[in-house]
Every structure is written in C-alpha cells, then in structure tokens.
Design a protein around this ligand. Structure first.
Ligand code: SF4
Ligand code: SF4
Ligand code: SF4
Length: 249
C-alpha cells in the first residue's frame, strides 16, 4: 500500500509551528517513515502538485492567499490547519482592529507607496476561506499533540482534540489560580490541550489555543464579579489572540 503523500504549506506566520514539527526530533523519523513528504519549503526544495494531506500554517492575509488556499484544498483529501495563525487568525487578526488597511501598511512599511506590490487584506483563519478537517491549536502548536493527531489519522482514527477549558488541566496541576494574584486569566473560556502551560509557569492564560466551542461566558463574568473586575477588563485581555472573534460578553 502506498504511503499518504503529505505537503506542508505556510502563509502569513512566523513559521514557529513548523519549527515545532522539526523539534519532534526522534519521533519525526517515525512519522516521516509512515508518510511520503512531497513538499515542505522549510525542509526540502522539491515541490508537488499531488498530495493527500495538506498541512497549513499561517493566516490568509492577502487576496492571492485566498486563491492559493483554495487551490491547495482542491487537491488535498485532508486539510489540517496548524497553529493559531491558521486555526483562528491568531496574532495576525490584530490588523482587523483597524478600519483603514492603508494605515496598517503605513505603520508597517512607512512609505507603502514605494512598495505597491505589498497587498494586504483583513486577516482570515483558514476555515474562513476553505473547509478545514482538523485543527492543531496553539502558538506554537504542542509537539506531542501534533504527533498524536497525525498518528491517529494514519491509523484511521478520529483525533482527540480537547473541547474543555484550560482550567481543567490547571486544576489537575494543583496551581493556585492566577485570579488570586489579581491577574485576568482566560483559562475558563480557552481550549485545553497545552497542559495549562502558562498558569503552571505562574503566568495567566492569554488565549493562544482559541475558545472552546461553547465557552461558558456566564461563568467567566461571574468570576469577574467575584474579583471585583469589569467585563471590559476581561475583553481587553481577549484582544491579543481573539480580535474580532470569540464569545459576545
Ligand atoms: S501560531 Fe504562533 S508560533 Fe505558529 S506560526 Fe503563528 S505566530 Fe508562529
Ligand atoms: S489560573 Fe487560569 S486556568 Fe488556572 S484555574 Fe485560574 S482561571 Fe483557570
Ligand atoms: S495556558 Fe493559554 S496561553 Fe498558555 S499555552 Fe495554554 S492556551 Fe496558550
């Protein structure tokens, strides 16, 4: 039986999630042995028009990106979005807080008129343009979770992707809640799967894995009340990874 052909593509991103794949070290040899990697700009020069699984890193931020991702989707049987940039739009959605994209270009490139080829558009997550079959969340992705999702797919099993909040993992780690230190932690509404990495390292969760499918907004508001904080203060913490998306508060 032929091995599934895998192609890895990047759009607007820092390529940190691809680096996490490279960082799988010994495990990557097992995974690569089970598939036929036909395109991966970060690791090889070959390109291919034929693949079964497309792994997508990065956000859709330019008109030509939409055409490219549609073309990739039309060729792939399975499409996996990896990392916050691809799964939610991630940090790149900060741009969407500006109504005037010329202002954004000016801020980034100073005199944008000297670089008319640098187009920009409102940032979209991959699933705002094409159908995404599976998402690997985080900024960056968790290496172990990526490996587990790929292994499940190769075995023909549906991958297990947590749909409960970071607080569950945080409580298991027996952390003192960051709220007790006066910090606004997004754990109650953010998808678990990172092992509550930030609270365990004495920092609030800032939401890199995106919201759970059905966030318990009322509970989050209750927690704000309990600690004498306002909903606006909570919303201000949701901007970094949740601009123009997420639950209505
Ligand atoms: S999700 Fe984070 S680590 Fe991954 S590519 Fe985007 S910015 Fe980089
Ligand atoms: S620190 Fe954050 S993740 Fe942990 S229990 Fe408190 S709110 Fe939840
Ligand atoms: S604790 Fe929150 S911000 Fe930190 S890695 Fe997990 S989801 Fe991301």
């Amino acid at each position: 039986m032929s091995k599934p052909r895998v192609a890895i593509f990047d759009f607007a991103c820092c390529e940190g999630c691809q680096l996490q794949i490279v960082n799988l070290e010994e495990e990557i040899l097992d995974l690569i042995g089970a598939v036929d990697v036909v395109e991966w700009r970060e690791a090889m020069s070959e390109q291919s028009e034929e693949y079964d699984i497309a792994i997508i890193e990065g956000s859709i931020t330019r008109p030509e990106d939409e055409e490219r991702i549609k073309d990739i989707r039309s060729k792939a049987k399975v499409l996996i979005a990896i990392g916050a940039c691809a799964t939610t739009g991630g940090l790149n959605k900060l741009k969407n807080n500006f109504d005037d994209l010329e202002e954004v270009k000016k801020c980034v490139y100073s005199d944008a008129s000297t670089m008319p080829h640098l187009e920009t558009a409102m940032t979209k997550a991959v699933d705002e343009v094409v159908t995404v079959d599976y998402k690997v969340h985080g900024c960056p992705i968790e290496k172990a979770e990526f490996g587990s999702i790929i292994r499940s797919l190769l075995l023909g099993k549906a991958p297990e992707i947590p749909d409960y909040p970071v607080c569950v993992e945080c409580k298991k780690n027996e952390n003192v809640c960051r709220w007790e230190y006066g910090e606004i932690c997004l754990g109650p509404i953010i998808r678990a799967g990172c092992g509550a990495k930030c609270p365990t390292a004495s920092y609030r969760c800032f939401g890199c894995r995106g919201y759970v499918d059905d966030p318990n907004v009322n509970a989050a508001v209750d927690v704000m009340d309990k600690y004498g904080l306002t909903v606006d203060q909570l919303k201000s913490k949701m901007v970094l990874f949740g601009s123009k998306q997420g639950p209505t508060l």
